[in-house]
Design a protein around this ligand. Structure first.
Ligand code: PLP
Length: 401
């Protein structure tokens, strides 16, 4: 037999996928998986939004041919993405300063952006928040960048250590690429306020940093418009920057891989040149994106009635998570937990960094069949009216010692 693969080592397991495997193998009927990064409805199911169903029915009825898409994807989709990020009446869009390419989810958008940046700024370094979504590091390292962190989370307040963040960014060299979570920070749920974003934009401008905003949860904090404060403040600053965005969560279309990379340039002619280079990156990677997901999202966003229906369904998802946050806090208090858990209702989006220790997380698993990430991150969208009492009982038990 050939020795080609004889020396190949087993790659380390993805910690969250490993958690899912352990959860699936658990035979306890009351087990709960708080480790996932997916929105479930109150029945514990991934919803297929009604707006999506309507667009899919119309598309099925039309039986469109499946020719290749342009390298940059569907124009109607890319324009709809730009309006969500920058606002329908954005000056930036009117001036033609933004180019957008359809991408395979937010991950695909980050990857296209990272590969393009490696060509543009080959000697640069990438800085991610401490902590960050674990794929940020892997992705930018895979694109050939050294990846370091900037200070972000404050374990004492379970919020952002803004003074440390500012000081950290203030030391970075010009041309450093900084990856920023536009809203609903993963894993901590701790976001910047508007005034803090303004300060951050000024630091990026003063130090000539290259911002890369990752917008994976638009609409999950306060709403589509309110959650776009970061890209819009950067837009007003005159800086050039990158935005990756995703509809995995906001459209509950995880498996369709619908995302986009938008790049803000200094002007229309520059945007055309940059687009031509980004297209080379895509062409030599997957050539052009698939048709279905982008067509469905574009159909929803470009039809006023479906768009309104989507807004309502998105609000429903957002409000369900908020309700689970307040309910979990109330139930912990009812159970006489002394520790202050009020941060749960201040953190935003799908996740909370609970401050549970690795040992407490282990106990949740062993004694209760409740699975969470060892860092203490839990997904609020995995809670529902049937499992929340059980989870509150379990957390109360492990924090009381
Ligand atoms: N960025 C962040 C911060 C995320 O949390 C996620 C998904 O978990 C992504 C990007 C990628 O999303 P997608 O599934 O669209 O690739």
């Amino acid at each position: 037999p050939s020795a080609l693969f004889a020396a190949v080592e087993m790659a380390p397991r993805d910690p969250i996928l490993g958690l899912n495997e352990a959860y699936n193998a658990d035979t306890r009927s009351n087990k709960v998986n708080l480790g996932v990064g997916v929105f479930f409805d109150d029945d514990g199911k991934i919803p297929l939004l009604r707006a999506v169903q309507a667009a899919e029915k119309a598309r099925l009825a039309a039986m469109p041919a499946r020719g290749y898409q342009p390298i940059e994807g569907l124009a109607a989709y890319n324009q709809a993405v730009q309006k969500l990020l920058f606002g329908a009446d954005s000056q930036l869009l009117a001036a033609g300063r933004v180019l957008t390419v359809e991408a395979l989810g937010g991950t695909g958008a980050l990857k296209v952006g990272a590969d393009y940046l490696k060509r543009l700024l080959p000697g640069s370094k990438v800085y991610i928040s401490d902590p960050s979504w674990e794929n940020h590091r892997a992705l930018f390292e895979a694109a050939g960048f050294p990846v370091e962190t900037y200070p972000y989370y404050d374990a004492a307040t379970r919020g952002v250590n803004f003074a440390a963040l500012k000081a950290g960014l203030g030391e970075l060299p010009a041309g450093a690429i900084i990856v920023l979570h536009a809203c609903c920070h993963n894993p901590t749920g701790a976001d910047l306020g508007v005034a803090q974003w303004r300060e951050l934009v000024d630091i990026c401008a003063a130090r000539r940093l290259v911002p890369f905003l990752d917008m994976a949860y638009q609409g999950f904090a306060d709403g589509v418009e309110a959650d776009a404060v970061a890209p819009r403040l950067f837009a007003d600053s005159g800086l050039s920057f990158f935005v990756s965005s995703s509809f995995s969560k906001s459209f509950s279309l995880y498996g369709e891989r619908v995302g986009a990379l938008s790049i803000v340039t200094a002007g229309k002619e520059e945007a055309a040149r940059v687009l031509s280079q980004v297209k080379r990156v895509i062409r030599t990677n997957y050539s052009n994106p698939p048709t279905h997901g982008g067509a469905v999202v574009a159909a929803v966003l470009n039809d006023p009635a479906l768009r309104q229906q989507w807004d309502e369904e998105l609000a429903g998802m957002r409000e369900r998570i908020r309700a689970m946050r307040s309910s979990l806090l109330a139930k912990l208090q009812e159970r006489g937990v002394q520790q202050d858990f009020s941060f749960i209702t201040q953190q935003r989006g799908m996740f909370s960094y609970t401050g549970l220790t690795a040992a407490q997380v282990e106990r949740l698993k062993d004694e209760f069949g409740i699975y969470a990430v060892s860092t203490g991150r839990i997904c609020l969208a995995a809670l529902n009216t049937r499992n929340i009492d059980y989870v509150a009982d379990a957390i109360a038990t492990v924090v009381k010692g």
